[in-house]
Design a protein around this ligand. Structure first.
Ligand SMILES: Cc1ncc(COP(=O)(O)O)c(C=O)c1O
Length: 385
């Protein structure tokens, strides 16, 4: 979809929902686990049989996401991990998967074990180095290239159109984890990606009260039908109640994402070069190494995620996070409330994340409150040391 006005109308009206019988503007939740047949044995709507793979509310939310992403089809899963792992499980023994060194930590950990167990070659590339990515993809026959952009939690930005060309030049397919860029700021399929993946737990739902995942495909090919079968057979579909909540969250997605982007940019600009701050990592800053790619690829904002590295190492960083009053010390991202996390300590000793880095998910609070909160925490940590 190339018309922002249309996206906003689509979202605000929950996919243009209106119940012609009652005039209701909010879709009801349909919890039935089974769907009846008529006297001739035909299904009432010719489509749904059983709720392990079919749900009225899930389909409503899928239709909206699919339209936003200009996809051929969309499936919602019970979590982001359920969606991502369904796609990776379509690979066969002997296939090769190329993934970034910087990506969502739990997915990376799962991929390492899964690929080892199932005889799939797993190769890594540095998402900040295009030549390194080229070399990794071309080193051996590759079936799937995985991109996460911006990449959690150091926000490297990958040129999706370039990655698509690279993948296709060797007969591979490109998957883009666009959780942080949201379906509003980047549409990977229009840039050449074969599959888009979202942890819908984040910005798509936006209220920290639903765990969900989404896959959107550019075409309904063999890999897509395999991923759909995995959802159907393993029962990883999103439930009707969660789907209803997800669609409700999506009705304000454009307003939430716009405000999160504005707040994040203001915060990043304020703290870049501030005393005690070693670096601010945010794709919207001119100092970001891939700012030019982000400016081209992310339309309407640079997202609500940023990281700050502090002078004084892990100890001072731990003091700063402990002093915050408005930021909530919790994992996850993309909700209305601002969250902060000391990622290296959460991920443990094998974490590649610098231990002086705090990851911030910027919410919809008053940005002056957020700036003042971080300022007082930096000040208090300086006084304590
Ligand atoms: C970028 C990214 N991808 C995937 C996931 C996994 O999604 P979920 O937690 O919904 O299973 C997350 C979760 O934090 C994430 O941040």
């Amino acid at each position: 979809m190339d018309n922002k006005g249309k996206v906003e109308t689509l979202l605000a009206q929950a996919g243009h929902y209106l119940d012609k019988q009652t005039g209701a503007v909010v879709p009801p939740i349909q919890p039935s686990t089974t769907f009846a047949r008529d006297e001739q044995g035909d299904l009432y709507d010719g489509n749904r049989i059983y709720a392990r793979d079919q749900s009225v509310n899930t389909e409503m939310a899928e239709a909206v996401l699919n339209e936003m992403e200009s996809g051929a089809a969309c499936k919602l899963f019970a979590s982001g991990m359920a969606a991502a792992t369904a796609l990776v499980q379509t690979l066969r023994p002997g296939d090769r998967l190329v993934v970034p060194t910087v990506m969502y930590w739990s997915l990376r950990a799962w991929m390492i074990t899964f690929c080892e167990d199932w005889g799939i070659e797993l190769a890594f590339y540095d998402p900040a180095d295009e030549a390194n990515m080229d070399a990794a993809v071309k080193a051996a026959p590759t079936q799937m290239l995985w991109v996460e952009t911006p990449a959690n939690p150091t926000w490297e930005v990958v040129d999706i159109a370039r990655a698509a060309e690279l993948a296709h030049s060797v007969g591979a397919q490109l998957v883009v984890d666009a959780t942080v860029s949201t379906p509003l700021l980047t549409q990977p399929i229009t840039l050449g990606a074969d599959f888009v993946f979202h942890s819908a737990t984040k910005y798509i739902n936006g209220h920290s009260d639903v765990v969900a995942g989404a896959l959107i495909t550019a075409k309904e090919d063999e890999r897509w039908s395999k991923a759909c079968s995995i959802r159907a057979q393993l029962g990883g579909i999103l439930g009707p109640f969660e789907s209803g909540l997800l669609l409700r969250g999506m009705r304000t997605m454009h307003v939430r994402v716009e405000r999160a982007c504005e707040n994040a940019l203001a915060l990043a600009q304020h703290f870049e070069g501030a005393p005690g701050v070693k670096a601010v990592i945010y794709p919207g800053l001119a100092s970001h190494p891939q700012h030019d790619i982000a400016a081209r690829q992310m339309t309407g904002g640079f997202g609500g995620m940023l990281s700050i590295r502090f002078e004084g190492g892990v100890e001072r960083t731990a003091k700063i996070i402990g002093q915050l009053k408005h930021f909530v010390r919790a994992t996850s991202l993309g909700g209305v409330e601002s969250l902060v996390e000391h990622r290296a300590l959460i991920e443990g000793p094998d974490s590649p994340v610098p231990d002086d880095l705090l990851r911030l998910s910027i919410g919809l609070e008053n940005v002056t409150d957020l700036i003042e909160d971080l300022e007082q925490a930096i000040q208090a940590a300086s006084e304590a040391s």
